[in-house]
Design a protein around this ligand. Structure first.
Ligand SMILES: Cc1cc2nc3c(=O)[nH]c(=O)nc-3n(C[C@H](O)[C@H](O)[C@H](O)COP(=O)(O)OP(=O)(O)OC[C@H]3O[C@@H](n4cnc5c(N)ncnc54)[C@H](O)[C@@H]3O)c2cc1C
Length: 309
């Protein structure tokens, strides 16, 4: 397995659960990867157009809902709202969500056309990644910290290589269709809110508020082809203005921390066999802004492919 973010660790857990000996080779830990920047609410933001997306979404939601029964996982089922500002907004994601309804006019922010209220998993990422790592440990997953230069260099030690290296996967499997979608977040102390809200078509910019257990993640931006990893103060000020307008309880709170992450953008998630290597190779990357959201569904699909390899 190349990659130790949320995708790599989820696949490692599924493969190990199926009885395989798994080694995760990664040059960054999950807590030091894009996965740690995720907000992370279950929602198919920039999920790409793979035909299997609805299946991955549905399977992941089932798995996260099971995990929410154990507080130690960091997963909670929380009600929130997707704000719609365009006619014909894509609501296909609601097919996977047992609890959802039309938002009332009184619940919508000014200027919104409509909205959906839904109860979905919200993942407190630091707790979740620690839990996921511990689960891999219990299943006997081993870890090697190094940069992989090519998949063929893994051939001597593996019957199968899975490339789940996020934005940098293309270097390993000759794919130049990945691109960064830069995101920036600000974390505030949680003033006692439990809901999440996403307002992607806000005319002032992409806006979301995700209340986690101990803090609130405020975002954001989605800047295609921007590789800059430094938080921009003007962007942060604009995020704080927009999120306070959406959730007034956030106004004036001190900033706990700030972060930038490059979402692994691709028009479709690449989840398939890759031919032409010295060892069987499976790819699983390009999850855009929905890597956490689709993680378990994709991990199950990779484990299915691995069984046939
Ligand atoms: C601001 C922001 C908000 C987001 N919010 C959400 C959200 O609410 N919900 C959601 O589902 N998603 C969200 N996302 C998206 C989510 O974070 C990503 O889709 C997901 O983290 C991608 O995971 P990954 O494991 O593919 O990649 P990464 O987390 O980037 O992990 C890549 C791994 O591969 C390793 N690697 C790469 N190349 C090599 C190599 N050559 N050799 C060795 N190791 C290598 C790295 O060291 C790392 O371990 C958000 C992202 C951002 C930036």
């Amino acid at each position: 397995m190349v990659g130790g973010g949320v995708i790599g660790l989820s696949i490692a857990a599924e493969l190990a659960r199926a009885g395989n000996a798994v080694t995760v080779v990664a040059d960054r830990s999950a807590t030091d990867s894009v996965s740690a920047v995720a907000a992370a609410v279950w929602f198919p933001y920039r999920a790409g157009t793979s035909p299997a997306v609805p299946t991955w979404l549905a399977r992941s939601l089932v798995r996260f809902a099971e995990l929410a029964a154990d507080r130690a996982t960091g997963v909670d089922l929380r009600e929130g709202m997707v704000v719609e500002r365009r006619p014909g907004a894509d609501r296909s994601w609601t097919a996977a969500v047992p609890e959802h309804r039309e938002a009332t006019t009184a619940e919508l922010p000014p200027g919104a056309l409509a909205g959906v209220r839904a109860t979905v998993p919200v993942i407190t990422v630091p707790t979740y990644l620690a839990w996921l790592h511990a689960r891999c440990d219990r299943l006997g997953v081993r870890y090697v910290r190094r940069t992989v230069g090519s998949v063929d260099e893994c051939a001597a030690d593996a019957d199968l290589v899975v490339v789940a290296a996020g934005l940098r996967s293309g270097e390993l499997v000759d794919d130049d269709t990945l691109y960064p979608i830069r995101g920036q977040v600000v974390r505030l102390p949680n003033p006692g809110i439990t809901e999440w809200v996403t307002d992607d078509d806000n005319p002032a910019g992409v806006t979301y508020v995700v209340s986690r257990r101990n803090d609130v993640v405020c975002g954001g931006v989605a800047e295609v082809e921007n590789w800059d990893l430094t938080p921009d103060p003007d962007t942060e000020a604009a995020i704080l203005r927009r999120t306070a307008a959406l959730v007034p309880a956030l106004a004036g709170l001190p900033v706990l921390s700030r972060d930038v992450g490059l979402r692994p953008g691709r028009d479709t998630v690449r989840l398939e066999r890759v031919e032409g290597h010295a060892v069987p190779v499976l790819a699983c990357y390009g999850h855009g802004g929905a890597g956490v959201t689709m993680s378990w569904g994709c991990a199950e699909a990779v484990a299915d492919l691995a069984r046939g390899s």
